[in-house]
Design a binder for this molecule. Structure first.
Ligand code: PMP
Length: 395
């Protein structure tokens, strides 16, 4: 059969990371590729108990359909958490539970984007956000971005010369892929610029709770007078990604629009997953759990950075993230990270070439290192291998 696909299928392609992940499922591979949490940190024993309690105490409702908005106690927990840690002022009705923050990205495209609209993003930015928005036929402009976030004057200039800018997409803490965080000043400036131009900000923050050092900063939402900012979050990195539970929090009127499009997408999130997470939060101390994750990833970050410092040639630069899962490496302009990857895969080491993180103009001399998923000895061995291959190319 000759399928007559929708036009959008011509501008979508399989995620390069997901393709690399297929290779990295081989057990002998040292993988810095996916953004995978460390599975040995998943609280499996506690989840067995939580599952039992949910089914015994309220099994029938836990297995029933539920509201599109999500399980009320979980929505309240999320609102309270953002308020106490990030300076927001939400209540449960500001929060919609989504299947991962990935679904919140997709629903945002559905709610706000028409074909030909513009999304402004950091350069580079999260690959799967690009794919999610692209399905709605939008265009992208990459805003010049430094170690403090988007450069405000450049952002203003782009808004001035671009019609139909609907969304500014940004990742405030320990960005994927660079590991960088926005400064306080830039957060304030961004909120002011978006309000002035009536543009929605999607503030995606899956990694903010995984800070190894430095001070937690308020959400951009804390500086939002206009209702422009929506906070996207997830249990994937502080708990378990397999539950696929995340959220979007923002203005109630707009959240009601999200509820309408979510009904057409999947009616609601998995009921029992929401109940189990909520029961976990009731029975256990998630802060202790997050502290355990922080300690392990912090150590892995140290090892990754120290090995890069010792092994990489001096004309290779890289970020030293204060939290999260990723570091970003820039090779000399003449070296293509895809060629480096091909050689590394022969030696059973994987990472993601950076080119895919740019919607328009790829910088192919870049790559992303995920340090959360490998034990320390493998991190050293893998980075030494990448360093050896880079040296073959920069002779
Ligand atoms: N946003 C960013 C920046 C991410 O890195 C990820 C996960 N890699 C997501 C959203 C989606 O995460 P999830 O759907 O598991 O919540």
């Amino acid at each position: 059969m000759e399928y007559q696909y929708a036009n959008r299928m011509s501008y979508l392609k399989a995620s390069e990371i997901r393709e690399i992940l297929k290779i990295t499922e081989q057990p002998e591979i040292i993988s810095f590729a996916g953004g995978l949490p460390a599975p040995e940190l998943f609280p499996v024993r506690e989840i067995i108990e939580v599952n039992r309690r949910v089914l015994e105490e309220d099994g029938e409702s836990a297995l029933q359909y539920t509201t599109t908005e999500g399980y009320a106690p979980l929505r309240k927990w999320i609102a309270d958490r953002l308020n106490s840690t990030r300076g927001t002022d939400f209540d449960a009705d500001n929060v919609l539970i989504t299947h991962g923050s990935q679904q919140a990205l997709d629903l945002s495209g559905k709610v706000f984007l028409d074909e030909g609209d513009y999304v402004l993003c950091e350069s580079p930015t999260y690959l799967a956000a690009i794919s999610a928005f692209k399905a709605y036929g939008c265009n992208f402009k990459e805003v010049p971005t430094d170690e403090h976030g988007m450069v405000p004057a450049a952002l203003e200039e782009i808004i001035k010369v671009t019609e139909k800018v609907k969304i500014i997409y940004m990742i405030s803490d320990f960005q994927n892929p660079t590991g960088r965080s926005w400064s306080l000043e830039r957060r304030k400036q961004l909120a002011a610029i978006a309000a002035r131009h009536n543009i929605v900000i999607l503030e995606d923050n899956p990694y903010g709770e995984l800070r190894f050092e430095g001070e937690t900063l308020p959400s951009v939402k804390a500086f939002d007078q206009a209702g422009s900012v929506f906070c996207l979050g997830t249990f994937s990195k502080i708990f378990c990604p397999g539950y696929r539970i995340g959220w979007i929090a923002g203005d109630k009127e707009a959240i009601a629009q999200y509820v309408i499009v979510k009904q057409g997408t999947d009616l609601q999130c998995n009921t029992i997953a929401q109940r189990e997470i909520s029961k976990y939060l009731e029975l256990y101390n998630i802060d202790e759990h997050i502290e355990k994750i922080r300690r392990v990833y912090g150590k892995r970050r140290d090892i990754a950075v120290q090995t890069m410092e010792a092994e990489f040639p001096s004309d290779v630069t890289f970020t030293r993230p204060q939290g999260g899962l990723f570091a970003w490496v820039e090779l000399p302009e003449s070296v293509n990270a895809r060629d480096v990857l091909t050689r590394c895969l022969e030696k059973k080491v994987a990472f993601v070439p950076g080119g895919s993180f740019y919607p328009n103009t790829a910088r192919e001399n870049t790559l992303r290192i995920n340090y959360s998923n490998m034990p320390e000895n493998k991190i050293v061995e893998g980075i030494k291998c990448i360093a050896g291959v880079i040296k073959e190319f920069v002779k």
